[in-house]
Structures are given as structure tokens and as C-alpha cells.
Design a protein around this ligand. Structure first.
Ligand SMILES: [Zn+2]
Length: 423
């Protein structure tokens, strides 16, 4: 008998392989942008030349490493000699500038030692990210201060048409993953990035940030265009109410507002915390959500438009509903006494629509709603997310916006690939 491959599985495997290759190529690009120690050595000169951290290193030996897993400041400094201080003094001196307990695996640090037999440490530099660093000057007593490398900005344009998947399109246009995330956030309410279609296309004008010749990040997005579902979606940046936000060509905000609370008149009985005594389990557990105490049967509203992705019963959650608002935002509502009529997996809901009623199903001491908010799959404190209001352009700013719009649309039309979008 001949064995035959299942064509569906085969197709899925190909897609998976393309995805993995694309992500690894993109990641390689990101890793490459890590600062290279060799590039920052100074040429020999008679005067002391300051290095990129702002001190003279001519007479010192530089040791550059990456923080290993679980390594602490003491581990990092253990191989060296501290002449005028010790690790705890350094930690205390650092406290208000940088908490040394926040030293993270994978970050780069540099130890500068004197050319003596003891290898006395003169400076230590911890790089918080490719731009920001903390300097420990140990020449005399400990002096700790922060610094920032010089960042230069370059304006860039990327354009691509989706032929197979967004990932392939991103790779072909050499678009950074960070940029893809920005695009998905800007268009979160207009485009479902999991449902892009063949023939969809985008163009984006943005800033690339460089330290020396290494790209370290994406700055502002200066304008974007997306063609999806036979429709044009423009993103024109404009500052209103001191917020840099995005508008369509008619001056409407691209972002929709969420309701402030899922229950109209409720009392917050427990806040989001990474540590609290669980009322039933009697152990310290994080509380990743906000509790609203309200009588059983109080209607619960969805805070935004979306699709019900789960309406089910769980041992801890009780009766709960999970709503995906778009590819960025998802919310969840727990301990319901019952679902509202028609609420099941796949149901489309409108902002403010009642989806269920307060109860105490699952692990709950009394009737309350446990409300959870996710951004890009990460739990966030619903009371702390700052989503500015989504007002359209104000009358008094309309003229200024029109000027900006004209400029951005013009650039989207003419920059980069020269590809024209359908007007
Ligand atoms: Zn809760």
C-alpha cells in the first residue's frame, strides 16, 4: 500500500514553515541592531577622548558581557576587585536612579578596570536598552547617573501587497515586526489583521531611530495607507488635546472609545494587583482584573463592539464571556449568573449591549463581576489603560488638519516605491 500525505496537513506545514522562517529573518534583523562593542572603541589620540558613555576609557580595560540567567549585581561584580566600595553600597547608591534588582537577563553591560594586577573596577555601565544606560562611576565613592546615546532619526517608507500572508509581505518589504505591530494598533478598529486578503496592500511612512549606524527602534508613524476589503484606510497623524493620534481623511479618529465600566452603577470592590490575599483560597494570588460588586442580576454590558469568542462555564471563572474587540483588544467578564439572550460563541455584539448578568458562579464569595482586559494578549489593569477620547478634529483645528492631510496624502502617493494607491 502506498502512503499518501494528507494535503491539508501538508499545506498547513508549508504555511507554518513560511511563518517560522519569516519570523526568524525578522528577528535576526532586530538582534543585529544590538550595539556592537567593537564600533565604540576610540582611535588613539593625545587628548583623552570620551567614549559614547561620556567618560575617557583610554587607560582602562573594557570587559563587555551579556547578563546571564538570574545573574545579580554581586554575580556580575564577583570576578573583579572593588577598591573603594562594595556591592551593597553600589546597590544603595543606585536605588533612586535604577533598582539593581531590575538587572535583566540578556542585557549588555561593560566593566572598565584599571590596568593593575587587582583589576579594580573604575566604571560599570549597564545598558537598559539600546539607547538608555546607567553609569556606575567607582573611581572614588560611588556615583550613579543615567545617560542616553545620541539617536538620529531617518524617515523611511515601506509598501507591500499581500499575496500570500502578511508575514510574507512584511518580509518582502523588509518591514520590522515592531512596525507591523504599530500598523495593527493604528488600524485596530478598522482592519482585522488575522483576516487580511490577497490583494490587500499597505504603505507606511515612519521614523527609524539609529544609534551610530545601528537601527535601534521605530519612532513615529508619519502616515499610513491600507487597502483592505476594497476600501481605502488612511491614517493621518495630528496632534489634538496634546495627543499624537490618527485620523481618517474626514478628520474622524481611527480609534473607538471603550465604555469606562461594564456595569453602570457599581462599586469597585477589588483592584488589579499582582499580589492579594485570595478571599476563598486564603493564599496570596495576583488579582488580574477589577471586581465590581453589584446585586445578582445586574446587567453587564460589553465595553466595546466585538465578537463573542467564548461563552462558557469554568470551575474558577464560573459562567463567563470573552469578547474580542479587534486584533489588539479583548475583554472578559466572569462569575455571571446567566448569559443574555443570544450570547454564544460567534455572536457579534455592539458597545453597551447587555451580554449577561452579575452572579457568583465559580470561585466567588458574593455576587460581583470580575472584569479582565487584554492588550495584544497581555493582561492589563482596566483602570489604568489610558485610551484618550476619540473626538473628531475640532472646528478650530480643521484648517491646520487639512494642511497636514494634504501633505501626508501627497507623501503616501509619491514616496518610496512610487506605487500609486487607488484614489
Ligand atoms: Zn476578581
Amino acid at each position: 500500500m502506498r502512503t499518501r500525505k494528507n494535503p491539508v496537513i501538508f499545506y498547513k506545514l508549508i504555511l507554518l514553515t513560511i511563518f517560522i522562517i519569516t519570523v526568524s529573518i525578522l528577528l535576526k534583523g532586530i538582534l543585529k541592531s544590538k550595539p556592537d562593542d567593537k564600533t565604540i572603541l576610540n582611535p588613539v589620540s593625545s587628548k583623552p577622548v570620551l567614549n559614547q558613555f561620556g567618560f575617557a576609557e583610554d587607560s582602562l580595560t573594557k570587559h563587555s558581557y551579556v547578563v546571564n540567567r538570574n545573574e545579580t549585581l554581586s554575580d556580575i561584580l564577583a570576578p573583579y576587585h572593588l577598591a573603594k566600595t562594595n556591592v551593597s553600597e553600589i546597590a544603595i547608591a543606585s536605588k533612586n536612579i535604577f533598582d539593581v534588582r531590575k538587572i535583566r537577563t540578556g542585557k549588555t553591560y561593560h566593566i572598565y578596570t584599571a590596568d593593575d594586577s587587582l583589576m579594580s573596577v573604575k566604571y560599570m555601565v549597564y545598558e537598559k536598552d539600546p539607547v538608555n544606560f546607567v553609569i556606575y562611576d567607582l573611581n572614588d565613592s560611588v556615583r550613579v547617573y543615567e545617560g542616553k546615546k545620541n539617536v538620529t532619526i531617518k524617515k523611511e517608507t515601506k509598501a507591500a501587497t499581500i499575496n500570500t500572508s502578511l508575514y510574507v509581505a512584511l518580509e518582502e518589504s523588509k518591514t520590522d515586526i515592531e512596525l507591523a505591530i504599530r500598523l495593527s494598533q493604528i488600524y485596530a478598529w478598522q482592519i482585522d489583521f488575522y483576516r487580511l486578503q490577497k490583494g490587500d496592500k499597505f504603505k507606511i511612512i515612519y521614523e527609524e531611530e539609529y544609534v551610530d549606524s545601528q537601527m535601534v527602534g521605530i519612532g513615529k508613524v508619519l502616515g499610513a495607507y491600507f487597502y483592505h476589503n476594497n476600501k481605502d484606510f488612511f491614517a493621518i497623524p495630528f496632534e489634538q488635546d496634546s495627543i499624537y493620534q490618527y485620523f481618517d481623511e474626514n478628520g474622524n479618529s481611527l480609534r473607538k472609545e471603550f465604555l469606562k465600566t461594564p456595569i453602570e452603577f457599581a462599586r469597585i470592590s477589588s483592584r488589579y494587583t499582582s499580589r492579594r490575599l485570595h478571599p476563598i483560597l486564603k493564599v496570596y494570588r495576583p488579582h488580574y482584573g477589577v471586581d465590581y460588586a453589584a446585586p445578582t442580576g445586574t446587567p453587564i454590558r460589553t465595553v466595546g463592539d466585538g465578537t463573542v469568542v467564548e461563552a462558557a462555564y469554568g470551575k474558577a471563572n464560573g459562567r463567563y464571556v470573552k469578547i474580542k474587540h479587534n486584533s489588539v483588544y479583548t475583554t472578559m467578564y466572569l462569575h455571571m449568573s446567566g448569559f443574555a439572550k443570544g450570547i454564544k460563541k460567534g455572536t457579534k455584539v455592539k458597545q453597551g449591549q447587555v451580554i449577561g448578568y452579575v452572579g457568583s458562579t465559580g470561585l466567588a464569595t458574593g455576587p460581583h463581576l470580575h472584569f479582565i482586559f487584554y492588550i495584544n494578549g497581555n493582561l492589563v489593569d482596566p483602570l489604568k489603560i489610558e485610551l484618550p477620547p476619540s473626538h473628531p478634529i475640532k472646528d478650530e483645528l480643521k484648517e491646520k488638519f487639512e494642511e497636514q492631510k494634504f501633505k501626508v496624502l501627497n507623501e503616501l502617493n509619491t514616496e518610496g516605491s512610487g506605487e500609486k494607491h487607488p484614489a
